[in-house]
Write a protein that binds this ligand. Structure first.
Ligand SMILES: NC(=O)c1ccc[n+]([C@@H]2O[C@H](COP(=O)([O-])OP(=O)(O)OC[C@H]3O[C@@H](n4cnc5c(N)ncnc54)[C@H](OP(=O)(O)O)[C@@H]3O)[C@@H](O)[C@H]2O)c1
Length: 326
């Protein structure tokens, strides 16, 4: 079977195909036929060589931290009737056995069932973004009528946050780059859209909220964009600085936070253990199954086009979620 390996750290072309023997399930394990692999901005950063200390990762490695697929074999101690089930699973994230593979061995007791109403591609798009998005929503505890600013509103997680905040009764302000992305945000329920590639965009958020600012900010971009979003945060607001797509997480002065009574949360607040990830993934799947949440899959790539999938994330050319479909 084929796997895609990052032979070394570097640009997208370090992702190369390799043949491996088909895996077999040991005790307590299952073999999954991989349908879709979640493909994230952070995967491109890791591939480029960033965060080696954080993730304890050395090259070569197989990327891909979350997969959907079908159970095709079970090992000793795993119920036979799991064969044929549609499931989500986390992999060794990323490591010697990441998800960029046609088949993968995972622990039989860590599988997350996918409801019949949810496609395996949709399910894979939720395994990280859905989990983090649901967690951010729980923590923010949005009340109807609050103003919620989603920064990076049409990235994988932004797409979900716009819909979830809208469903919670918020007035949603979506910030992204370019007319096409803003149009998608409106379709997903944003009341106001702002192009953050234009100077003075944070002033427009203030104007749109009658000078009040956003009660809740989900900052999925970071650095100077996040800093501008903070300028448009209401006194007493909640600011989640979980995004770092343009170079670093938003850094805010503790004294200013205190003066403006803004509660700051960050990346540490969305580092979750497996039980919590499974709970939140199940909740996100249930929202999709009920028709209340709609993943937007912008483009899919076969396994051997993994370099193109990474390039598309880095070049921001695709609107919506990018997935690899082995
Ligand atoms: N997904 C998760 O579970 C998770 C968990 C923890 C933290 N995070 C962090 O949250 C942020 C958003 O995650 P995501 O998975 O939703 O990412 P994503 O799908 O790649 O979306 C990121 C968005 O950031 C914007 N962006 C701005 N500058 C960019 C650049 N130089 N390169 C690429 N995109 C850029 C893009 O929108 P425009 O083109 O409109 O600017 C893009 O839509 C990331 O920083 C990620 O590391 C994500």
């Amino acid at each position: 079977m084929k796997v895609i390996e990052a032979a070394k750290f570097g640009g997208p072309d370090v992702l190369v195909p390799r043949d491996e023997p088909e895996p077999t399930a040991g005790p307590g394990e299952v073999v999954m036929r991989v349908a879709a692999v979640d493909t994230l901005f952070v995967d491109t950063r890791i591939r480029s060589g960033w965060g080696r200390e954080i993730f304890g990762i050395t090259a070569p490695y197989i990327p891909g931290g979350g997969i959907s697929g079908e159970v095709v074999e079970v090992g000793d101690g795993v119920p036979q009737d799991l064969i044929g089930s549609r499931v989500l699973a986390y992999t060794s994230d990323p490591g010697p056995s990441g998800g960029y593979a046609e088949q993968l061995v995972v622990a039989g007791d860590a599988l997350i069932p996918v409801p019949d109403e949810v496609g395996l591609d949709q399910a894979a798009s939720l395994i990280h973004d859905g989990v983090t998005g649901m967690r951010l929503m729980e923590t923010a505890a949005i009340k109807p009528g609050e103003r919620v600013l989603v920064v990076g509103a049409t990235g994988g997680m932004g797409i979900l946050l716009v819909q979830l905040a809208h469903a919670a009764g918020a007035q949603v302000i979506a910030a992204a780059r370019g007319a096409e992305k803003l149009a998608l945000a409106r379709d997903l329920g944003a009341d106001i859209t702002v192009d953050y590639s234009e100077p003075g965009w944070a002033d427009r958020v203030l104007e749109a909220t009658g000078g009040h600012g956003a009660d809740v900010v989900f900052d999925g971009v970071g650095a100077e964009i996040g800093r501008a979003a903070f300028d448009a945060t209401a006194p007493g607001g909640r600011f989640s600085a979980h995004g770092a797509t343009i170079g670093g997480f938003t850094e805010l002065d503790p004294q200013e936070l205190q003066r403006r009574r803004v509660t700051l949360r960050g990346i540490a607040d969305v580092q979750l253990d497996l039980d919590e990830r499974r709970r939140l993934a199940t909740a996100a799947l249930a929202e999709v199954a009920a028709g209340r949440l709609k993943p937007v899959i912008g483009k899919t790539y076969p396994l051997t086009d993994a370099p193109a999938a990474h390039s598309a994330i880095e070049n921001r050319t695709v609107i919506g979620k990018i997935l690899i479909l082995p």
